[in-house]
Design a binder for this molecule. Structure first.
Ligand code: IDP
Ligand code: MG
Length: 173
């Protein structure tokens, strides 16, 4: 995954090699699963990432095939719920997204909450909006390597949009 740097308009007194640490951005793959879409939670979920200050760099609505779902959940293929999980993910439209921002991979998981909604804290997406582990409405990459792999699985490179967002100068110093 490319590390994205941008430089500030540096005042003369700033060290020449100063990099803005806060602007070392990363990207994560987030998906609203068929239950989240059917329950009308797209804007609620997108809004939480947006309000936090993360930047949407890719989005599409897609009905994955069962084979594609199995590829996405490849690491869980030995689990008893795998088949049902793949059936479910491929049962209807999924909102596939890439979000960008400082710490978005780890903090995105915090926004999402624990895998089981019953263990998720109130205030998290799963804690506030769903009840059962097999209907937990959202997926988020669990680490930098997974993020790269999942973004590559769901999106072509040209579907990722790099742009400057006006609020960046207020989010990052
Ligand atoms: P995560 O989505 O929080 O990363 P994973 O352990 O990667 O959780 O599991 C992937 C998905 O598989 C979960 O989001 C959930 O939908 C489903 N899942 C996980 N554990 C169970 C289970 O015990 N029963 C049924 N479905 C499960
Ligand atoms: Mg996972």
């Amino acid at each position: 995954m490319p590390q994205i740097h941008f430089s500030v308009c540096s005042a003369a007194y700033m060290a020449l090699d100063q990099t803005v640490e806060a602007a070392e951005l990363e990207r994560t793959f987030i998906a609203i699963k068929p239950d989240g879409v059917q329950r009308g939670l797209i804007s609620e979920i997108v809004g939480r990432f947006e309000r936090k200050g993360y930047k949407l760099v890719a989005i599409k609505l897609i009905v994955p095939t069962k084979e594609f779902a199995a590829q996405h959940y490849d690491d869980l293929s030995s689990r008893p719920f795998f088949d049902g999980l793949c059936d479910f993910l491929s049962s209807g439209p999924v909102v596939a997204m890439v979000w960008e921002g400082q710490g978005v991979i780890k903090y995105g998981r915090k926004l999402i909450g624990a895998t089981s909604p019953q263990a998720s804290e109130p205030g998290t997406i799963r804690g506030d909006l769903c009840v059962q582990v097999s209907r937990n409405i959202i997926h988020g990459s669990d680490g930098p390597e997974t993020a790269v792999n999942e973004i590559g699985l769901w999106f072509k490179p040209e579907e990722l949009v790099s742009y400057t967002k006006n609020d960046e100068k207020w989010l990052y110093e």
